[in-house]
Design a protein around this ligand. Sequence first.
Ligand SMILES: [Zn+2]
Length: 270
Amino acid sequence: MVNYLLAGAARTQAAAMVQELEAARPGAVARLAQGALAELRTWPELTVLEVDENLTEQGCSVAGAYDFGPPPHLSVATSASRARRDFTALHELGHHLQKNSFALMEPFGREPDGGLLLEDAACDAFAAEILLPAPLVSQHLDAKGPTASAIAQLRQASNASRMAVCVRAVQHLPAPGHILLLDATGHLAFAASHGLPPLRRGSFQGDIAVIDRALAGSGHARGLTQVRYRDGILGRELHTDTAPMNGYLVAVLVTDSAPWRTFTPPTPDT
Ligand SMILES: [Zn+2]
């Protein structure tokens, strides 16, 4: 079995990115937390474009893109809310930082895919690191790991973007799994993965077990399900817990050690 990226590796890379940014531009991290797009528009070396959602690339976990240039520019989808635009802008800034620093590129050489997964997951971790302070996160997500309701409560307490909350939650998973953010039609608005193959943004997951019940009912559901990869291929069975989150559905999926159960044996690895 291939060893997929662990959330901890992305978080370590994100911490190095924050450190490098703060050394080069003192105070930038705090200003980005206040308003990422507003801050980035004051950077002379970077052009920020607002584009239509369907003009963004599929390669990113968010509706945005980074172009190395020259001159380098970030694209952020206009249609989204401000919190989502800021998360997207910080994600794309993450690509900019990693593509312009030999020190930050160094860990990619140790990755089986040349660092593609690490670079993109580190962009998410970098955005979440800036938008969602660790002390607030640990108040809501305990050592056992997150339930879907705890994630929804963290979002309410922080007012950060739903995506930032999902990234923080995946860092607290006790076992391989995913945090999924689904829209009301069952399409994947965002996914953060830990130790399992990542899922594609926009893919339809509305008819898989547990998710179908959650979407049809109150948003709260628990049980076993299999996520859908490309060409309809299903992943291994995962313990799943869902909750409504501000018009969306958040789902926690793990191979074992489900935080909402006293004992969960590992699901078979297929
Ligand atoms: Zn990306």
